[in-house]
Design a protein around this ligand. Structure first.
Ligand code: DX5
Ligand code: ZN
Length: 213
């Protein structure tokens, strides 16, 4: 069986102490750092640019998982790759031809992920599944942390799991109650913002997501 990975989203971290927050989740047993990039156009919020990824790179050995919620991802592959991202995930809804952008990510030696919003079906991305390392199934509307998990999205995870061998990530509303649902549907990577950074004890928050509460 595949290892289940926990990827805390720094969207819910204390940005005035971002380096310490990342060191703290690493110590607490996190596997990846999830970095939510929003441009105020694809989603109604603005967050992080490549500079922040560059600043975090020397702080941690953890895998930097960059989730681009931006209208023109093709334009920003190079800056995010050069800043030290390990995986770059873009939204299927933001582009017409995902093949090109996947190629650009690979040329930079990075892992490539594609994400679908709640209203987008798995069939929309089926042609590119053989080319990606990960599919991110959004379990909330992208834009903000702290929203409620949409359990209808689990059917997409199950559908993908039937014939997709890469990683399946879920993002939005993951907590100790919803994590087991996502895992049993076939998810490999759990993103959690509030359920980690909203708790005082990051270690117990992360073990709780692994089902060791
Ligand atoms: C939402 C982001 C998520 C968000 C998750 O657009 O992609 O990564 O930070 O936050 P929680 O875990 O609080 O739902
Ligand atoms: Zn995210």
């Amino acid at each position: 069986m595949r290892k289940k990975l926990i990827a805390p989203s720094i969207l819910s971290a204390d940005f005035s102490r971002l380096g310490d927050e990342v060191r703290a989740i690493e110590k607490a047993g996190a596997d990846w750092v999830h970095i939510d990039v929003m441009d105020g156009a694809f989603v109604p919020n603005i967050t992080i640019g490549p500079l922040v990824v560059r600043s975090l790179r020397p702080v941690t050995g953890m895998f930097l998982d960059v989730h681009l919620m931006i209208a023109d991802p093709e334009k920003y592959i190079e800056p995010f790759a050069d800043a030290g991202s390990d995986m770059i995930t873009f939204h299927a809804e933001a582009i017409d031809s995902p093949e090109n952008i996947i190629g650009r990510i690979r040329e930079k030696g990075k892992k490539a992920g594609i994400s679908i919003k709640p209203g987008t079906s798995v069939s929309r991305i089926r042609p590119v599944l053989p080319a990606v390392d990960m599919v991110l199934v959004m379990t909330v509307e992208p834009g903000f942390g702290g929203q409620s998990f949409m359990s209808d999205m689990l059917s997409k995870v199950r559908e993908l799991r039937r014939d997709f061998d890469g990683l399946i990530q879920v993002d939005g509303g993951i907590n100790p109650m919803t994590a087991p649902l996502a895992l049993s549907a076939g998810a490999d990577v759990l993103v959690a913002g509030t359920a980690v950074f909203g708790e005082d004890d990051y270690s117990s928050a992360i073990s709780g997501l692994r089902g060791n509460g």
